[in-house]
Design a protein around this ligand. Structure first.
Ligand SMILES: Nc1nc2c(ncn2[C@@H]2O[C@H](COP(=O)(O)OP(=O)(O)OP(=O)(O)O)[C@@H](O)[C@H]2O)c(=O)[nH]1
Ligand SMILES: [Mg+2]
Length: 459
């Protein structure tokens, strides 16, 4: 793959903070014209003398649109390459009001500065060598982290944890490749590397890749969380349990069977992993063609879809009615799922229950809700402790690692059957290229654009 990357060298700006009422807003300008633009709008006194900004300094002053005073601000000045993007950067800290922030932002644009695309500041940081691609992607993770644990792990990646491991692996592959190519090009001077030694080296590299990949599941869990869906007949107390788990009245609870139609979701933190619970419509046959049934049927279809996609299913049945044939049918549909089986309404008279492993709860008295939470926690720990979470990766990185691993396995096959080393070098080159997709050493403009499009404006 050839690396064709175009860098925009125009000057960009964005409101880097959330636009709303707050203490301060930050308007960020990056590019060659950043300082000269700031000189046109920022003055330290009402006499409006132009300033020559010094690198890495903080200034206090005023923003003027011609003679009109817009705000009293603090201005931060970062000189290339000592800035986030690696370019000249100005950050204006204004009062955090929508009107004043917008007025300053529009004034900056009037000086010929373009509004930044999504993630363009970080993209420029990557293109200017301030960080590798895996570090740039961790910026997005930090911003979108739903739990402190995920944020902390993402910060490690920002500081280069994944980047240095992948670079090291890639360097090792390059070293082998260089040796092979040198022996091919200069057979007189360089001896062909020994096949068995190469097998050892490559095995070692594959082990390192496996170590990074072994954190894939936990990475995916930390990033997108664990999905927990409810399954059960109408009126068994799904919404009541949903509310009890969240500790507030989120979903409507009535004694009318078929109350919940839309899927309601909420996320909460279970020891660092975001767990999203989905309250869904109770499952039953809706044969009548009336309008209410039509709506309920749509809800039931949603339920089935969410149950199928969930990582864990909470199956509920009503202890006062006993475990029925309909309950059994629902349980059958989730037989292959990780599940928690819950009997509700334990405060009422129970009917015979033949099912084992049931957590008996009362939503009314909030009895055994903590047992349900503990069970949920134990499933979450399963994800957490059985996995090596040293390296946090995203699906793009996992894909590239898997492709690199496959190429290296092809190398091993070639080495074992003593193929000529010229052929073997082809798969090694592929592996280098796939690993380069992670660091950004070998990547197309299109992939880069895709990655940064996921960012927010101003980052
Ligand atoms: N006594 C008692 N009543 C409960 C318990 N859990 C739920 N209920 C009652 O059962 C009725 C149905 O509860 P919901 O939580 O709306 O049941 P659901 O499974 O969400 O029902 P649908 O949304 O219709 O599928 C309500 O009147 C609740 O107050 C419980 O543990 N004990
Ligand atoms: Mg409900």
């Amino acid at each position: 793959m050839t690396t064709v990357i175009t860098n925009n060298d125009d000057t960009i700006c964005a409101i880097a903070t959330v636009l709303g009422t707050g203490g301060i807003s930050v308007i960020r300008i990056s590019g060659k014209e950043a300082f000269s633009v700031a000189q046109k709008v920022f003055f330290q006194s009402k006499e409006k003398k132009n300033l020559n900004f010094e690198a890495n300094r903080v200034y206090h002053g005023y923003i003027y649109d011609a003679d009109e005073l817009l705000d009293e601000v603090v201005l931060l000045c970062f000189k290339s390459p000592m800035s986030y993007t690696g370019e000249d950067v100005i950050e204006i800290q204004s009062h955090g009001g929508v009107a004043v922030t917008k007025a300053i932002f529009e004034l900056v644009q009037k000086q010929g500065v373009r509004i930044a695309d999504r993630g363009e500041f970080t993209k420029r940081a990557f293109l200017n060598g301030k960080m590798d691609l895996s570090q740039a992607e961790s910026v997005l993770d930090i911003i979108s982290a739903k739990t402190t644990k995920f944020a902390k792990k993402s910060v490690l990646n920002l500081c280069g944890k994944l980047a240095s491991e992948i670079s090291e692996i890639r360097d090792e592959v390059i070293e082998i490749l260089t040796h092979i190519v040198a022996a091919i090009d200069f057979p007189e001077e360089v001896e062909e590397p020994d096949y068995d030694e190469l097998i050892n080296f490559v095995n070692n590299i594959i082990r390192k890749i496996d170590k990074v990949l072994s954190g894939s599941n936990i990475s995916n869990c930390l990033r997108s969380g664990i999905k927990v869906a409810f399954a059960g007949r109408p009126n068994v107390g799904k919404s009541s349990l949903f509310n009890n788990l969240l500790n507030y009245e989120r979903a409507i609870v009535t004694d009318i069977a078929g109350t919940t139609r839309d899927v309601i979701e909420e996320t909460f933190d279970v020891d660092g992993i975001p767990v999203t619970i989905f309250d869904t419509a109770g499952i039953r046959e809706c044969n009548d063609e009336n309008e209410h049934n039509k709506i309920e049927q749509i809800g039931i279809n949603y339920s089935l879809k969410f149950i199928e996609e969930a990582d864990i299913v909470m199956f509920l049945f009503d202890l006062s009615k006993g475990f029925s044939a309909e309950d059994e049918k629902i349980l059958e549909t989730i037989k292959d799922k990780k599940k928690i089986i819950i009997g509700t309404k334990a405060d009422l008279n129970k009917k015979n229950n033949t099912l084992s492993g049931v957590i008996e709860i009362s939503n009314l008295n909030k009895a055994n809700i903590d047992v349900v939470l503990d069970k949920l926690r134990s499933f979450v720990y399963d994800y957490d402790t059985t996995e090596n979470s040293d390296f946090l990766t995203n699906s793009r990185q996992q894909e590239s690692l898997l492709k690199a691993k496959t190429s290296l396995e092809n190398v091993l096959t070639g080495l074992r059957s003593r193929e000529i080393q010229d052929f073997i070098s082809i798969d090694l080159t592929q592996a280098v290229s796939y690993l380069g997709e992670i660091t950004g050493d070998d990547i197309s403009q299109e992939i880069i654009d895709n990655i940064f499009e996921k960012f927010c404006i101003g980052k």
